[in-house]
Design a protein around this ligand. Sequence first.
Ligand code: COA
Length: 180
Amino acid sequence: MKKYKTNTESRVTISELMLPSHSNFSGKIHGGYILSLMDQIAFACASKHSETYCVTASVDKVDFLKPIEVGELVTLKASVNHVGNTSMVVGVRVESENIQTSKVKHCNSSYFTMVAKNDKGKSVPIPGLILENKTSIRRFVRSIIRKEDAVTRRNRFKDSEFDPESHFEILDQYNVKIDL
Ligand SMILES: CC(C)(COP(=O)(O)OP(=O)(O)OC[C@H]1O[C@@H](n2cnc3c(N)ncnc32)[C@H](O)[C@@H]1OP(=O)(O)O)[C@@H](O)C(=O)NCCC(=O)NCCS
């Protein structure tokens, strides 16, 4: 019988204190370090849902909304927003807290598509998702729309069908010079 799980069963939260070794030349925390933590928590969450190892298939746009300072406590939260046959979309939210003032800021959110694999590297079916409240339905539907948008974008700019000349007028408004 097909198995279904709620996203509460696979929800993961991690907190980590930001050390000087995580900072870039301007003294703020390196974006790449945060992306690595996000990938780790997405992996943990997807592996909990699928009960197997997972690989990252794609990462949605990440906007760094606020810089993170050395000494702040960063908390990442992940939950499964959408499931396909072998893939899951994991939503990851990153917040950072100033320990002295307790002020919390939302630093970024993104969506990781993770694919479940068996020990031979083959993609394997995963449990379905029980949508138990309005938020989980909203997140599931948003993921469907995001996937549809990605397909439209991919097809619109297919190399074999792309006609540069039909875009010259638009490019006129940008900081570029066409020099073919
Ligand atoms: C992503 C990957 C697993 C897809 O493998 P594949 O054999 O081509 O798999 P399939 O075409 O059967 O697709 C499997 C699932 O992944 C999804 N998928 C594949 N590529 C995807 C992408 N770029 N974005 C979102 N979903 C994707 C498919 O929609 C499918 O989902 P479903 O089963 O829920 O319908 C494979 O390309 C891979 O292993 N990539 C490298 C992953 C990796 O090393 N990550 C770490 C980067 S350092």
